[in-house]
Write a protein that binds this ligand. Structure first.
Ligand code: DGL
Length: 278
């Protein structure tokens, strides 16, 4: 039975924009009674072409906002923010952080041709953490790293099935297939919403891997090991916030979430307002 006085269990989730909704959907499927606060930093998207300092500053500001709003655990639903900022976030915050990385390890385990492709933002592709994943798990496999400038912006605008998006994706993916890739990693949470189009381009023989289900499993594991975060009994709620225009967000959020949602404004403070100091 619902106990209205039982403490609210709240998970904070953020991304540079709407991409992290793919992760939130995967967690929600497994956790119907937890409350979520989701922040889309759409006023500052994309992160993938920005400096490391900018991304660290934004990630710090957004996580602080989530903690201030009552989040007891943070899910970084952004590969770029994880690659660039997660170590500093963990050093700075006391709340637990679940983060994500491109699914290079499972892709290497899956490939039969010995060639995999990784689609991600520029900053993720050139990050030391992706270099480490390639070093640790990529022995004997050819890993084709493909940056995709501009793709996040197309998803932010809701262009999931336009001719332009399809043509651009074809240009990015065709060289990977031509070099023998039979497995593609979607190393950016925005790209998950383009998966049907990507699969259409590659054909069914190419296997596509992304990390949202793994992040959901990890979040659930964490919650089940922490008594203070045990799910309540009432249906969980979502609070959606954006640093971009809430009016624009309303349409794209509802489209990606799969039902109408209300999106509220979060003040878009300048990136330098809370640069991390160590
Ligand atoms: N969804 C973010 C990621 O997973 C996109 C980053 C960006 O804004 O460029 O990397």
């Amino acid at each position: 039975m619902t106990n209205p006085s039982s403490p609210v269990r709240t998970v904070g989730v953020f991304d540079s924009g709407v991409g992290g909704l793919s992760v939130l959907k995967a967690i929600r499927k497994k956790q119907p009674t937890i409350d979520f606060i989701y922040i889309a930093d759409s006023g500052n998207a994309p992160y993938g072409s920005r400096s490391a300092e900018f991304i660290e500053s934004r990630a710090s500001h957004i996580t602080n906002s989530l903690v201030d709003a009552g989040a007891q655990i943070i899910v970084v639903a952004c590969n770029t923010a994880t690659a660039i900022a997660v170590a500093k976030l963990r050093a700075k915050l006391t709340v637990p952080i679940v983060a994500m990385e491109p699914a290079i390890k499972p892709a290497v385990a899956h490939t039969k041709t010995g060639v995999i492709g990784v689609l991600a933002t520029e900053r993720t592709i050139e990050s030391p953490s992706v270099a480490r994943l390639c070093r640790e798990f990529g022995q004997g496999v050819k890993i084709l790293l493909q940056p995709c400038p501009g793709l996040v912006e197309l998803v932010e605008r809701g262009e999931l099935s336009s001719d332009y998006t399809q043509e651009y994706l074809r240009k990015l993916i065709a060289p990977l297939i031509a070099q023998g890739a039979d497995t593609l990693v979607l190393g950016c949470t925005h790209y998950v919403f383009l998966e049907p189009m990507i699969q259409h381009i590659t054909g069914a023989k190419v296997h596509i891997i992304e990390s949202s289900a793994a992040v959901a499993r990890q979040t659930v594991r964490y919650l089940s090991h922490n008594k203070n975060l045990e799910p309540g009994e009432r249906t969980g709620q979502e609070l959606f916030l954006t640093t971009g225009s809430p009016e624009n967000a309303q349409t794209i959020f509802s489209k990606l979430w799969g039902s109408p949602v209300e999106v509220q404004a979060l003040e878009n403070k300048p990136a330098h307002a809370d640069l991390m100091t160590y």
